[in-house]
Every structure is written in structure tokens, then in C-alpha cells.
Unconditional design. Structure first.
Length: 318
């Protein structure tokens, strides 16, 4: 899911007043990277490593020692499929979206979705809560899974019943919640960021946090690093970096920036790694359609240098 990491980062940003731990991409079990208080890797590392100096076997760790805290983590499709999140008491499971990625591992979108669906079918606690993007093509299937298990199902988005996006402009997002209209101040760029914020709000609402308290924090949300992050250069140009690594993510980034372009939108991008080559021509088509100039960067890998590479994007607006 392109947006999941951004969503839990934004949630932690709002959640910072509460007791909260964040973990990146199921590092809670096998992946490296450590475990840091409030998601700040410059702060207190409490010592969870899967591979590294400390080499702790996280699967046997007593997660109960953090019972007084909220623990946020991103569950990757690889982690779910490989059972890395087994035995973790998941009370809230979230689905933001699903677009083409990781098909080198899952082979097709049906298998990719099936891997993500296991989070709701197998790992979410029976008394837990499912929070799903109502505007996703997979929302109906996920609702059926939750209904079958008798799990509380809540949604967000333009077509949602629980937390509905009514409209938005550059300063406010208008939502409907429990038959009341609220204005959510925001200052980020891109419609996908609206979905991330509303998703994070839905999670917080179901973590016993008052909506008014949440709204008081949204205006101070800082952009997630690497997601349309502006790099200050000169007054003549605006430069943004985004780790768009799927066709959908690249399209969202380009379309989000287009309204701010008075001259040309220049795209610099490349592709590291040797995985999921099917998406490369699709990303090339997106780049050609939505940008004015394309500069492709080369990276040294074991692949033939003529192959198309994409793993990050830099946007220059003039």
C-alpha cells in the first residue's frame, strides 16, 4: 500500500501527546532497523533488532511490557505472508489502498490483495476494529471478510459512512462525522495526503481520543520526509522529492504538483534494485503523460544498464 507508511507517520505526529511507539514495516518481528520511542530514530533506541549488533530475537519478546503505550506499525505484505506478525495482539487494522507493487513476490494483484487481506481475516483480534478506505476498489471484499468474522468495520473517504470527506481546499478539509460537519485545518500538498490525514484521524477516534483534540493538532502536522518534501533551493524553482515507487504513487505526486506549476514540471527519476520489473514501463508511461521533461538517472546494479529503473523521484517546478 503506497500510503500506509505515511499514514502511520502522520498518526504518530498527532499522537505525540499520548504514549506512543512506532515501528516501521513490521520491524517488530524480523526486519532490522530498531525500535524507537515516538518513531524518532535520533532518540531512545529501546533495543529491538532482528539483524544487527544487538541481534534480539523479537518473536520471543514480551510486547506486554509496552501495555501502557500505543504501538503503531506498518504490516508489509511480505511480513503478513511470512507470518512475521503472528501472535501480536492487533486491535486496529487499517487498509489505505492497493496498487501494483511487489509482483515479483506475489506474481499478480489477486495474490497481493490476498496477502493484505490476511491482516483482517487472520491477524486482527476478534474484538478489534477494521478501518478501510471506502473509495478503494477492495473495500467491498474487505467488508465481507469483516462481516464474516463479526468484526467492527469503519470506513473513511468520499463514499464513506463513518468518516466522510465532503470537500477540501488548500486550507481546510470538510468532513462529516456522526451527522456533524467539521473543518480540519491542513497545509500539505496532494489529495493522497487528505486520505492519509483522515485515515489517521479515524484511527485516533477509535483510540479514545476526542475529535476536537485531534483537530487542534492537525494544523501543526509536519510533512512526512520523502513524501512531496520540499527542498529549498532558489526563488526561481521549487524542488520536491518523493519516494514514489509505483505507477499510482508517481501519478499522485505529479498530479498533486501540477496546480502549482506556472512553467514546466521537470521529473528526475531512476530505479534501483532488481524487483518487480512489470511496473517499470507503466511508470514510464505515467512520467511521459504527467511531466513536461523527464531526466532518467542510472544506477549501477547487476542488471543490464539499459533496463528501466525507478525508485525515487525529484520534481522541479519553474
Amino acid at each position: 500500500m503506497d500510503q500506509e507508511g505515511t499514514t502511520y507517520s502522520l498518526q504518530n505526529n498527532i499522537f505525540s501527546e499520548e504514549s506512543c511507539f512506532t515501528i516501521a514495516a513490521d520491524n517488530i518481528v524480523l526486519d532490522g532497523g530498531g525500535f524507537y520511542l515516538n518513531g524518532d530514530n535520533s532518540g531512545q533506541d529501546i533495543g529491538i533488532y532482528a539483524n544487527g549488533v544487538k541481534n534480539v530475537v523479537v518473536r520471543n519478546m514480551n510486547i506486554g511490557k509496552f501495555a501502557s503505550h500505543n504501538v503503531l506499525f506498518e504490516a508489509s505484505s511480505h511480513g503478513i505472508t511470512q507470518g512475521r506478525i503472528a501472535n501480536i495482539p492487533i486491535q486496529i487494522a487499517v487498509f489505505t489502498n492497493l496498487t501494483q507493487d511487489h509482483l515479483d513476490y506475489h506474481h499478480d494483484m489477486e495474490n497481493y490483495f490476498a496477502a493484505k487481506a490476511k491482516l483482517f481475516a487472520n491477524y486482527l483480534a476478534g474484538n478489534g476494529i477494521a478501518i478501510v478506505n471506502a473509495d478503494s476498489n477492495y473495500a467491498v471484499k474487505l467488508k465481507a471478510i469483516c462481516d464474516l468474522r463479526g468484526i467492527k468495520y469503519l470506513d473513511f473517504g468520499k463514499n464513506a459512512e463513518h468518516l466522510k470527506i465532503i470537500e477540501y481546499d488548500e486550507k481546510n478539509i470538510t468532513i462529516k462525522y456522526q451527522n456533524k460537519i467539521y473543518q480540519i485545518p491542513w497545509h500539505l500538498k496532494g489529495e493522497f495526503q487528505i486520505y492519509n490525514i483522515i485515515c489517521a484521524i479515524s484511527i485516533l477516534l477509535n483510540s479514545a481520543i476526542n475529535l476536537e483534540n485531534i483537530i487542534s493538532q492537525t494544523a501543526s502536522i509536519m510533512p512526512v520526509k520523502g513524501r512531496l518534501e520540499e527542498i529549498k533551493v532558489t526563488k526561481e524553482y521549487k524542488v520536491f522529492i518523493d519516494y514514489a515507487h509505483t505507477p499510482s504513487a508517481l501519478e499522485n505526486a505529479l498530479c498533486s504538483l501540477r496546480p502549482y506549476v506556472s512553467g514546466k514540471l521537470i521529473l528526475v527519476f531512476g530505479c534501483g534494485g532488481e524487483r518487480d520489473q512489470q511496473k517499470r514501463p507503466l511508470m514510464g508511461q505515467v512520467a511521459e503523460k504527467y511531466s513536461d521533461y523527464i531526466i532518467r538517472s542510472e544506477e549501477h546494479t547487476s542488471e543490464l544498464q539499459s533496463q528501466f529503473r525507478i525508485s525515487y523521484a525529484v520534481f522541479c517546478l519553474k
